[in-house]
Design a protein. Structure first.
Length: 837
């Protein structure tokens, strides 16, 4: 077989000749040989469709097409100068169809293929044409709307709000153009030219001891391998974790592994040599042990997963208010039950990827996909054993996270390799590697009961929640602490007793995943509320409305809600839909025997930010003497739109339009710590910090101009025009002794919880009520969701376009959890066996 073949093809209208290995995927040729990184790779198996391109006028997965097959072909990628593609890019922008953006190029190419074949498709035809491309963020609704708008010539207009009116406007994403044009750089999209490749070798066992043989002799047989790194090569602390006192997860395991997929060593070298390594051929002697897999195993007293936790209990959570014995004794009705949920995979389309490089003077830079750059900085510095100022974290665009990219993954080992070898080193996880090693939603086993009086008013709630937290702590303490606070649901309950336990097992660590355990608790509480309504003969909407918590009410932790508590308004907003859908289901069921239709209702609440812990954000706005206005924003946008909404808030606080601003994002050398992107905190916490920074700069300007707060501002090159009722003032910025600066810091006011879980865990909460209309095939048990209705209290919607997209995406992930998804270690480690909506 020849080592290479010469392939001639036309790519985006340009004739190209490449010499590549005969079976090299077209995706690799486009990205690595031609520099067209707009074509993304999420699975290398044709499951996700992120690599979709047009080949001879038809959409194909470029990861499944060998470059040799493209000989003589005409290829179009998202970078093409194509009129239809340009229209679709405009439509995706204006309709909010791109969130994290990793699937967007593939979606656009599939959409172009759809409209070329059928210029006037209906929604079903669009969904069918785009069905080969997975999106984990959007719920697909806005993507379909965008394609239909282009087809029908009704693209939504782009909004350009005046100064002071950005908040509340449906402006397009500040980072959106780069996403739809394929220019956004994700973790695998860039690296220095002389970069080495790192590959982690992982345990095939869930629990085992191991010894390493002669690695030097093994390496001598592989000329392209530069180094084999083990735990002995870690110069600082070989451990990381979320909480300061729990840094027990090793970067590389030392003599024992605690879950299948845990890394034991790293092979570094030229890419072809590294990828050719067979892990089974390495001199590693394994001694497998019986794993602790389930919560039941952990409770049984089997061998501790970690010696520091002999009973396998990582942490307990507790909230008690009133006296549940009194509440249940006085009840007119009681509902109780047990509920179980499994592991759920984040399934972000972008696998973990990035590079590290030495910067000189003992410094290192890490460019990687992450949700928490400053947390990464802390971990990398500790692992290297160096001061914080020796580490720079530069986040790539983040192709989805949902909590799964809060924990470090490849950042520490890349930094270790780069500093040891004195060269840039990169790594890109395979899809299987990502799913085998990344954190998951906690499996849960919840037993709960709820009581009400004869009028349906809740009088008592009690729950015990066990969570499978996996082999290491990760976010287990956060889940165990948050769930007892939320377990009653968004309802008034005078007597509460909620307990939780996070159990260590030999599974991948369970971490943060969109809700920190609250969705699992909601399944229990909402099901029991339905049972209670049936016992009392009440309508399911009515029992929720009677008990909906509102301003002035007291939560399970004794917190009096003083601000927005919009669940009653959410329920009122969906009441007519509820009445109509219940009637529709009853009428349908009267005529149908096998297929039965049902309407379900549920409510939620969620505390924004850390639970009873400080979680500040800092922002900075500068106005340079040349007239350059810049927002320095360290908050990572993982697709939810924080970059845009924080800009909108800062712009209105300052009094200049968003179009005047430049952005510096997420670089720990240049931006202040805006905290992690999780717990629904960025818009609230960093948004408030941006507001304060904008106000701080505005007040400086007003003092310079000697005017009041009713003045308006306008930038004209290097001149700042200030106008009020007394006249117009002009500030020549170049004449100032220094650039102008505004700083803002915000930390939500909370208090610690006492021994009974009483206190103020969150400064504010979000609320929602939703309806689902479903059909059930009583013969096969299959379920089809026909309609969803959602009403969410989000406070003031900074950008309604982006808020809608978040609701759509959350609904889709909820459907996946309920109907499709369960991660099983060793079995569902790709996007073919693990199905997502």
């Amino acid at each position: 077989m020849t080592d290479s073949v010469t392939v001639e093809m036309t790519v985006n209208g340009v004739a190209c000749t490449v010499e590549v290995p005969p079976f090299q995927p077209l995706s690799e040729t486009l990205r690595n040989d031609l520099g067209l990184t707009g074509t993304k790779v999420g699975c290398s198996a044709g499951d996700c469709g992120a690599c979709t391109v047009s080949m001879n006028g038809a959409q194909v997965c470029a990861c499944l097409v060998s470059t040799a097959q493209a000989d003589g072909a005409e290829i179009l990628t998202v970078e093409a100068d194509d009129p239809l593609l340009a229209k679709l890019q405009e439509g995706f922008l204006s309709h909010g169809a791109a969130q994290c953006g990793i699937c967007t190029p593939g979606m656009l190419m599939a959409a172009a293929d759809c409209l070329k074949a059928n210029p006037k498709p209906d929604a079903e035809a669009v969904r069918d044409a785009l069905g080969g491309v997975l999106c984990r963020c959007t719920g697909y609704q806005k993507i379909v709307e965008a394609v239909l708008a282009v087809a029908n010539g009704r693209i939504a207009g782009t909004v350009h709000p005046d100064a002071g009116s950005a908040v509340g406007a449906r402006i397009i994403r500040a980072d959106g153009l780069a996403k739809v044009e394929g220019r956004d750089l994700y973790g695998a999209d860039t690296a220095p030219a002389d970069t080495l490749t790192l590959r982690l070798v992982r345990s095939p066992h869930a629990r085992a001891r191991f010894t390493l043989g002669d690695l030097d002799a093994w390496q001598a047989g592989y000329p392209g391998i530069v180094a084999v790194l083990t735990a002995a090569d870690i110069p600082g602390r070989n451990g990381f974790g979320i909480l300061p006192h729990l840094k027990e997860q090793p970067v590389l395991a030392e003599s024992a592994v605690r879950f299948r997929g845990e890394p034991v060593l790293a092979v570094v070298g030229e890419e072809t040599a590294v990828m050719a390594v067979d892990p089974a051929g390495l001199p590693i002697a394994w001694e497998a042990e019986e794993p602790t897999v389930s919560i039941g195993d952990a409770k049984s007293g089997s061998a501790p997963v970690q010696a520091a936790f002999p009973d396998n209990v990582l942490v307990r959570g507790y909230v008690e208010k009133g006296d549940v014995a009194v509440g249940f004794a006085d009840a007119a009705a009681v509902a109780e039950g047990s509920f179980r949920t499994g592991f759920v995979e984040h399934a972000y389309i972008e696998p973990e990827a990035g590079f590290a490089r030495p910067l000189g003077e003992g410094r290192v830079e890490v460019f990687a996909t992450t949700q928490a750059p400053y947390m990464d900085l802390d971990e990398v510095a500790a692992v290297l054993g160096v001061p914080h100022d020796r580490v720079r974290i530069r986040p790539s665009a983040c192709g989805g996270g949902f909590g799964g990219k809060l924990d470090v993954s490849l950042q520490p080992i890349l930094a270790v390799a780069a500093m040891k070898l004195g060269r840039p080193v990169r790594a890109v996880y395979s899809r299987i590697e990502s799913m085998a090693s990344s954190t998951k939603r906690h499996p849960s086993e919840i037993t709960a009961r709820v009581a009400a009086d004869a009028e349906g008013r809740l009088v008592a709630f009690e729950s015990d929640a066990d969570f499978n937290t996996g082999a290491y702590s990760s976010w287990g303490p956060t889940v165990a602490g948050r769930v007892p606070v939320h377990a009653t649901g968004p309802y008034r309950v005078p007597h509460v007793l909620n307990r939780s336990v996070a159990w260590l097992t030999n599974n991948p660590p369970s971490g943060a995943f969109r809700g920190f355990g609250v969705p699992q608790a909601a399944i229990a509480q909402e099901a029991l509320l339905d049972d209670l309504a049936e016992t009392l003969g009440m309508d399911r909407w009515q029992i929720r409305r009677v008990n909906a918590i509102t301003a002035g009410d007291t939560t399970a932790t004794g917190q009096v809600l003083k601000h927005s508590a919009g669940l009653p308004a959410c329920l009122d907003a969906i009441r007519d839909d509820w009445t109509a859908l219940v009637a529709e289901a009853e009428a349908f069921n009267a005529e149908s025997t096998r297929i039965k239709r049902g309407a379900g209702i549920g409510c939620m609440w969620y505390g924004c930010g850390n639970t009873s812990m400080s979680n500040p954000s800092e922002m900075r706005v500068t106005l340079a003497r040349d007239g350059t206005l810049t927002l320095y924003n360290g908050a990572v946008d993982i697709g939810q739109g924080s970059t845009t909404v924080i800009l909108q808030i800062a712009a209105d606080a300052l009094g200049l339009p968003v179009s005047d601003f430049g952005l510096v994002l997420g670089d720990t050398d240049l931006t202040a710590d805006a905290g992690k992107t999780s717990a629904s905190r960025q818009t609230f916490v960093s948004g408030n910090a941006a507001y304060l920074a904008g106000r701080d700069l505005r007040e400086t300007i007003l003092r310079l101009a000697n005017v009041g707060d009713d003045a308006t501002l306008r930038l004209d090159g290097g001149r700042l025009i200030v106008t009020d009722g007394t006249g117009v003032r002009e500030i020549d910025l170049a004449s100032l002794p220094a650039d102008l600066e505004g700083l803002g810091r915000y930390d939500p006011p909370t208090t610690a919880l006492d021994e009974k879980g009483q206190g103020i865990p969150y400064a504010t909460y979000g609320f929602a009520a939703q309806i689902a209309l479903v059909d059930v095939d009583t013969a096969y048990g299959t379920v089809k969701v026909r309609r969803m209705v959602a009403a969410h209290d989000v406070g003031r919607a900074i950008n309604p376009l982006l808020v809608e997209g978040q609701i759509h995406g959350g609904i889709a992930q909820g459907l996946g959890l309920a109907l499709m998804e369960e991660y099983i270690p060793g079995r569902t480690e790709n996007l073919h066996d693990y199905l997502i909506p």
